[in-house]
Design a binder for this molecule. Structure first.
Ligand SMILES: Cc1cc2nc3c(=O)[nH]c(=O)nc-3n(C[C@H](O)[C@H](O)[C@H](O)COP(=O)(O)OP(=O)(O)OC[C@H]3O[C@@H](n4cnc5c(N)ncnc54)[C@H](O)[C@@H]3O)c2cc1C
Length: 420
């Protein structure tokens, strides 16, 4: 854990066992780190303490799948992969596509980090992130009590929406042991268009034209030339080199996808875009590469950044990345969710250059009223730069919230924003 060695690693079978461990940790002033699939356990500042690690992978039961209501309740240690496989029988799924599906990201870890992928777009068949999909939650509180919030129905009980508070809380408010989630029917048909465009400006304008049209893509991704070249070589797509690429995915019934495709072709050719169509296995492979690329770089010399800016400002960020790459020699792979302004960027090279690049990128993002966090970096980078960045005036409210939930600072101490 970022240079800290835990004294104990436990594999509880039930939420009651987790409750006993947390009560013990309180009595003995020990810290506890929840661990799902461990795929992103390095996210956050270096932990203040790491005494006990609680691995949730034995809490892996699907408790109830109520297919007629499109709702399922599951234990939190189930992997997203196993959860989706169990729902598939009834042609349903949780419509999110975070990374590490194959490596074992768990429902608890995905809620704790509000993890998402290209389908975050929220149009067509996509439905945002866990925040939109969570209906109810059961937690072991930092004092060891088991508590529940929310319900199995779409209109929840009155009061504060506690399940949503846990989304993106990085395990600092309690250990998630169960979740009730809203499901959707698996789309019948899917097609992806990979369109190469002559310049960054044209690529961005094409994305804006798509967003301002009646089309409802499931994913709309703007990919820099280094990343598109790397994927093209790997999957033998023969994309033009040195060009930005837009990847547009449609999911629906076949007739609807084909009619949207025809309209898309008109928009792309009016911007001089040239493309290929992907379907089936190769289409899945393409989206796998887009989702996983940051996590396949050399961990010892790469910083993975996630930035969020206004859609109109995406091209400013891509221009800056081109500058940084030219001036510092860093390898930069980047992909933007062009429908919501979220960018995933990996900066790879000499550590001092990576730190310098991350700092100047964050300055630019902040000047555009955006935010940037560092999702993954070696400890030598984390010592030099706050992974979360400036939080502003809401930090004092967050600190009070943490001290209400966890006055003894038992769970995940020091990892979250502002050292929470
Ligand atoms: C704020 C934030 C935003 C992120 N957004 C994205 C994104 O948009 N796109 C993307 O590609 N990736 C994102 N990630 C990466 C994401 O963390 C992982 O892909 C995935 O969610 C990890 O699942 P896991 O089961 O392997 O969790 P782990 O790696 O085991 O744990 C991840 C974190 O969650 C905590 N945790 C795990 N299980 C529980 C539980 N049951 N109860 C309470 N806490 C728990 C852990 O203590 C740890 O801090 C984000 C991460 C963070 C922190």
């Amino acid at each position: 854990m970022d240079g800290k060695t835990p004294s104990l690693i436990v594999f509880p079978n039930t939420k009651e066992e987790i409750s006993e461990i947390i009560k013990l940790a309180n009595r003995e002033s020990l810290s506890v780190i929840p661990w799902g699939g461990g795929t992103k356990i390095g996210i956050g500042n270096k932990p203040e303490k790491a005494d006990i690690i609680i691995i949730t992978n034995r809490l892996n039961r699907l408790i109830e799948h109520n297919d007629s209501d499109l709702v399922a309740t599951t234990e939190s240690g189930i992997t997203l992969h196993d959860f989706q496989t169990a729902l598939k029988d009834k042609n349903q799924s949780l419509p999110i596509d975070p990374p590490h599906l194959k490596r074992g990201a768990t429902i608890g870890g995905i809620i704790a980090t509000n993890d998402s992928g290209p389908k975050r777009l929220r149009s067509g068949t996509t439905h945002g992130t866990m925040r939109e999909l969570i209906l109810g939650i059961k937690i072991v509180r930092p004092d060891g009590e088991i508590a529940k919030a929310g319900a199995k129905v779409v209109k929840n009980v009155a009061g504060y929406d506690i399940p949503k508070l846990f989304v993106g809380s990085l395990g600092t408010l309690g250990i998630i042991v169960e979740a009730t989630l809203r499901l959707y029917t698996i789309p019948e048909y899917s097609q992806t268009f990979i369109v190469s465009l002559p310049s960054l400006q044209t690529a961005h304008e094409t994305a804006l034209s798509i967003l301002n049209s009646s089309l409802t893509p499931a994913c709309l991704e703007l990919v820099n030339s280094s990343l598109s070249e790397s994927i093209s070589t790997k999957l033998k797509l023969n994309l033009k080199s040195n060009e930005y690429v837009l990847a547009i995915r449609f999911e629906s019934v076949e007739k609807a996808v084909k009619s949207q495709s025809a309209k898309l072709k008109e928009i792309c050719s009016s911007h001089k875009g040239q493309g290929v169509i992907l379907e089936g296995e190769i289409e899945e492979k393409f989206w796998y590469e887009i989702t996983e690329f940051p996590w396949t770089q050399d961990k010892d010399k790469t910083a993975v950044c996630k930035a969020s800016v206004l859609i109109k400002d995406l091209s400013i960020i891509f221009e800056k990345l081109e500058d940084i790459s030219k001036n510092s020699g860093l390898g930069i792979l980047a992909s933007a969710r062009a429908g919501n302004g979220v960018l995933i960027i990996s900066l790879d090279g000499e550590i001092p250059n990576v730190i310098k690049a991350a700092i100047s990128l964050r300055e630019l993002v902040n000047s555009l009223n955006g935010t940037m966090i560092i999702q993954q970096a070696p400890p030598s980078i984390k010592s030099e730069i706050d992974v979360w960045g400036e939080i502003g005036s809401s930090l004092s409210i967050m600190k009070k919230l943490k001290s209400q939930f966890d006055p003894n600072g038992v769970i995940n101490p020091g990892r979250f924003v502002g050292g929470i």
